[in-house]
Design a protein around this ligand. Structure first.
Ligand code: DAH
Length: 339
């Protein structure tokens, strides 16, 4: 009996060692330890043995079963390890390759510049005021002191909705809305879209962007205007930027001016960016006209203010040296991805 148990164990260990797959291993294990397995048969036939033979044979059979189980467990680990190595070698995934790039967008250059402008004004204590793009003719022109006969009020220049409404041609009506809403001190900027009946070319578009500014308080002077706007130009285009104020005419300011800044490329020498002039026109500005203050219920004897309006598109084009306004609007990814 002992001998046959020994034989079964030897055969089992040999077969387990030869098993080339997990399936083969399972089959080998079943042939010896399964319900109808060789060793199981022997254990079942123990009853027919004598009292003295039985414990010895039982002990041998248990030892054989333990040895077979241990061998099967070791072989299983070996086969699993081989299988893992095989898959790693055969599967066509190269885990050392970098992954496919997912394209990520970024802020449009116009809005990048817009945000930069906002940040500069926020640091000076300005806050943003908003107004509608479909505006009362009264706010867009009348209350801004623009005479009824002014050519900008023709329907060849302005998109009218009806007699009372138009697409705002400037962000200046937000001044009116703000002053009607509250008494000074007022310190606001208002960036937004404006509309004019212009043909599209390299410097014109029927839709463009402006940023309006308004400061009204006691003791506001032309010096407040010049120092504020000079500071803005230096923050935008560099500490060495120089500004020049040229007299101009706007109906809602008196006196009025246009501010030019020295070209940040040539610093005033004259180059392609500034078309040889050395300076670039940046904005219109002036001291708020007493008629405008009065129309909004603010006493011009007590308060004074300055206002300014700049073209965001123009200034962004200047800053990023973009030569054609249309590039800002036609969503050409080759162009946009440069920023
Ligand atoms: N609204 C003017 C324009 O569209 C720009 C402007 C000039 C705004 C002078 C102002 C200002 O507030 O004071 O050309």
């Amino acid at each position: 009996m002992d001998l046959s148990i020994q034989q079964i164990q030897n055969d089992a260990l040999k077969e387990i060692g030869k098993a080339a797959s997990l399936r083969e291993l399972e089959a080998a294990q079943a042939r010896y330890l399964g319900r109808k397995g060789a060793l199981t048969q022997i254990l079942r036939s123990m009853g027919s043995l004598s009292e003295t033979e039985r414990p010895l044979a039982g002990k041998a059979a248990n030892e054989a079963r333990e040895a077979i189980e241990a061998a099967a467990k070791a072989r299983k680990a070996e086969l699993e390890f081989n299988e893992l190595n095989r898959t790693l070698e055969e599967e066509p995934i190269d885990i050392t390759l970098s992954g496919a790039k997912i394209p990520v967008g970024h802020t449009h250059p116009l809005y990048k510049f817009w945000n930069e402008l906002n940040e500069i004004f926020f640091s000076l204590g300005f806050s943003v005021a908003e107004g509608p793009e479909i505006e009362f003719v009264k706010y867009n022109f009348d209350m801004l002191n623009v005479p009824a006969s002014h050519p900008s009020r023709e329907d060849t220049d302005t998109f009218f909705v009806d007699d009372e409404l138009c697409l705002r041609t400037q962000t200046s009506p937000v001044q009116i809305r703000e002053m009607l809403k509250r008494q000074p001190p007022i310190r606001i900027i208002s960036p937004g879209k404006v509309y004019r009946r212009d043909e599209i070319d390299a410097t014109h578009s029927p839709l463009f962007h402006q940023l309006e500014g308004l400061v009204v308080d006691k003791g506001i002077t032309m010096a407040s205007l010049k120092s504020t706007l000079d500071y803005i130009a230096k923050r935008l285009y560099g500490e060495s930027t120089k500004t020049v104020f040229r007299p101009h005419q706007f109906y809602f300011t008196e006196p009025s001016a246009e501010m030019d800044a020295s070209c940040f490329v040539c610093h005033g020498e004259g180059c392609r960016t500034c078309k040889g002039v050395g300076f670039i026109e940046l904005l219109g500005c002036g001291m708020v006209h007493p008629n405008v203050l009065r129309a909004c219920g603010i006493d011009p004897q007590e308060y004074s203010g300055f206002a300014f309006g700049m073209g965001i598109d123009r200034m962004a084009m200047f800053k990023y040296q973009i030569s054609d306004l249309r590039l800002l609007f036609n969503n050409d990814l080759d162009f946009l991805s440069q920023f």
